[in-house]
Design a protein around this ligand. Sequence first.
Ligand code: SIN
Length: 537
Amino acid sequence: MKLFAGRPGWTAQADVIVIGSGVAGLTTALNARAANLSVLLVTKAHIDEGSTKWAQGGIAAALGPGDSPEEHKEDTLIAGAGLCDIDAVNVLVTEGPEAVRKLIARGAVFDKAESGEIALTREGGHHRNRILHAGGDATGAEVSRALLAAVQEDSGIEVIEHALVIDALKSPDGRVCGVTLHVIGAGSSTGVGRALARAVVIATGGLGQVYSQTTNPSVSTGDGVALALRAGAAVADVEFIQFHPTVLWRDTSSAGQQPLISEAVRGEGAILLNHKGEKFMATVHPQADLAPRDIVAKEIFNQMREAQVPHMWLDATAIVDFTERFPTIYASCLANGIDPLKQLIPVAPASHYASGGVLVDLNGQSTVPGLYVCGESACTGAHGANRLASNSLLEGLVFGARISEHIAAHLLPQSQPEDDSSEARTLLDPSIRIPLQLAMSEGAGVMRSEKSLKATLATLHQLGTRQTDQPGVDAWEVSNLYYLATAIVRSALERSESRGSHWRSDFLETKAEWEKRIIQQLDFDGHWSSEKIEISQ
Ligand code: SIN
């Protein structure tokens, strides 16, 4: 199955194609260059426009005195609610500290304590202060800046900006040997082209735009995950969409990217209050306001539902250095008419992170030869049913390094794509984007049930009949959103229990028989299949 697009009019080539310019893509590209491979880095918007630069809280790593990878592992496993892959977690927490040191060596500057040591804060689910941050609450922007500077200095990395990848190209033996892509607007290369390589790495980040309200930027339409699905790759854990508990609530009609209020604000002492001004998290979990993210999001949702109010409150007025510690959040609160030094901040959950994605092994290899996936687009199993706060930038650093090492050690000669002109093609009308997002928020959001999921699936089926023969960015993006939404709803329907960020009102308990991963695949005619697999624990 492929998307309908014009015939490629130009060709580019490199040893490795990296799609995406967030922490995962940039790290993979730089490490591939260290192995002397030529890299083509393709990114959908301007090179610094992905999710990474929006990351506020930081990077978790066992670097502080008394901390250890073992303790980081414990917190990751608890947050993951019984579904983490132990080998992936071990890789993440043991290779994490070195990956962060390498990032620092590449030029990233983290905030320091008065002692001169790197300052560490806490977020939900962590039993210790182990989150590095930069610019107060602008960690992602600093990580992005440092990695981009290194990429831009390297003449072996060719960058194509404003290019949307469309589909994978495969050689006759089924190996991915390139992609088709469309370069939007002016530039030396325009229109649909093809890029060929000896290995392709998807690092396109999240899919938050599947929902009406999200912390993700508008570019987060899951293009890489959808491309991988259409190329026959298995996806896993896609029902575990993490809703960030504290997103600045503006009004009921606010749609698209919403301002994040980092968990680090609670880490520095802010407290959640309900509509009556009462604290409510201490009776729910021993870690109170710093319980794992899924637990806080659910309780906020419960409180909102019971009181029939559209948001809760976050009291950050006791944080004396708020303006220095959280300059980004301070500015976005002020821009929305809230002074967090004096006023409570209205907050509500919004979609934030896909804990699942394209199923990969410990070297980032998908189930399709030649296709690697890194960062939020991947399902390494390190996050299980609910990612631990600030483990995502870390995952991009650790697995980006492993992927490039694996590619360098297993490089095959460039192969040529087979003729795909007889393959089934589809393309959906851009007008389905808003109804799709509304249906997903309504029926497959923080809380789901068989009834709500079936209604959402029926809406998706109906929207899926609205085809177009006019290729373009909006149509390709909405087609990608459609595949991802369908995968999320199918898995959420199948998982008849509640676990981590998957909360079923009709199956409230967590069931031992469900300590399994649901994987899904699309065949070449667009038919879905699913399977449950055991987890390495
Ligand atoms: C936050 O700053 O609260 C978000 C961090 C994360 O998603 O890990």
